[in-house]
Design a protein around this ligand. Structure first.
Ligand code: TRP
Length: 333
């Protein structure tokens, strides 16, 4: 199936809300950049979203279209990248079942991301599907024989597990699967607007890709800066300033100047925030334009998802022929 000889990417997200700048610098920018060079597949992991949102499924359809629109707005090109929906590829669920035969509960219980998320969601008695989602994620990745997985750093343990599963499968049966490599973005952890924790929707400290220019302006205006600076001439401490942290990521060209001006009290926080707002809006403006054009064509987004899912399904079916034959569960030839 992989006859264009390009290496393959498989990556994606749970559809649980709008994507923000943390997602962008953590992995989305990589996906946009690498799509010309790699044969790219992007999974909207709706089944995985159910592991924590099973009781809120009335939002699922809206969230699926929202994340698809975020991808397209961010610059994923549907002509060359395949965006598809996890639940519509039954072979993924079949492969998950096979992998769960040789993946132990203890390995899953020690997965650091599982532990953190279980605590975040207050899951002391973990549902079976939640504990097992890294196994399903391994199926997402390996059913596409992906070479590379661009994700945020919290996903590293899951890619490690996928690699282990591939090695085990290839050794137990036949070497039909590919061991994926992980790729984390330039900024694995973007601080939130409150300066306390990483940017996250649930912490209410995020700038979303869908925010308007005015919303960005207001959010940057409210962002926490160096508490020791009251007047412009007070000497600043950029290392404790959220706005400076964003300059480091989104205004690399001027970073030395911004730092020196702050330390020496030559630039006030107001002006510094204005500079940052301009940079952020420069990045987000083309995304807003693309978003607008997709929002005006809802049928187009649906067609992109249907076509992507069809293409992905064909690849998954092909891999499963190899998998079943390796496991000797193809009884009728
Ligand atoms: N676990 C990922 C997240 O929470 C989403 C995901 C599901 C994923 N399947 C994947 C990421 C396969 C990369 C590859 O964001």
């Amino acid at each position: 199936m992989n006859n264009n000889k390009k290496k393959r990417i498989l990556t994606g997200d749970r559809p649980t809300g709008s994507l923000h700048l943390g997602h962008y610098v953590g992995s989305l920018a990589n996906r946009v950049k690498l799509q010309d060079e790699y044969d790219s597949y992007i999974i909207i992991a709706d089944v995985q979203a159910l592991t924590t949102h099973w009781e809120k499924d009335e939002n699922l359809s809206r969230d699926v279209f929202q994340i698809a629109t975020d991808y397209l707005a961010a610059g994923i090109k549907p002509e060359i990248s395949t965006i598809f929906i996890q639940s519509m590829i039954p072979e993924i669920h079949e492969l998950t079942m096979y992998y769960s035969m040789f993946t132990t509960v203890n390995v899953l219980r020690h997965n650091p991301t599982i532990k953190t998320e279980a605590a975040q969601h207050g899951l002391s008695d973990m549902p079976y599907g939640f504990l097992g989602y890294p196994v399903s994620q391994a199926a997402d990745i390996t059913i596409f024989k992906a070479d590379l997985v661009p994700v945020g750093e919290d996903q590293i343990p899951h890619i490690e597990l996928s690699r282990k599963i591939v090695r085990r499968f290839n050794e137990l049966y036949e070497p039909v699967l590919v061991e994926p490599q992980v790729l984390v973005g330039d900024v694995p952890r973007l601080i939130g607007l409150d300066g306390k924790d990483k940017m996250s929707k649930s912490l209410n400290n995020a700038i979303f890709l869908a925010d308007s220019a005015d919303e960005v302006k207001q959010k940057v205006w409210d962002a926490v800066t160096d508490p020791a600076r009251i007047r412009k001439t007070d000497l600043g401490h950029p290392e404790v300033c959220t706005v400076y942290a964003y300059h480091q990521v989104f205004n690399k060209a001027e970073i030395e100047e911004v730092e020196a001006d702050c330390r020496q009290g030559r630039i006030g926080c107001v002006q510094c925030k204005k500079k940052l707002t301009a940079k952020l809006n420069e990045l987000l403006e083309p995304m807003r334009e693309r978003r607008q054009s997709y929002l005006e064509q809802p049928e187009l987004v649906k067609d992109i998802l249907q076509e992507g899912t069809r293409r992905a399904h064909a690849v998954a079916k092909e891999t499963m022929l190899d998998v079943r034959s390796a496991m000797k569960i193809n009884y009728f030839g």
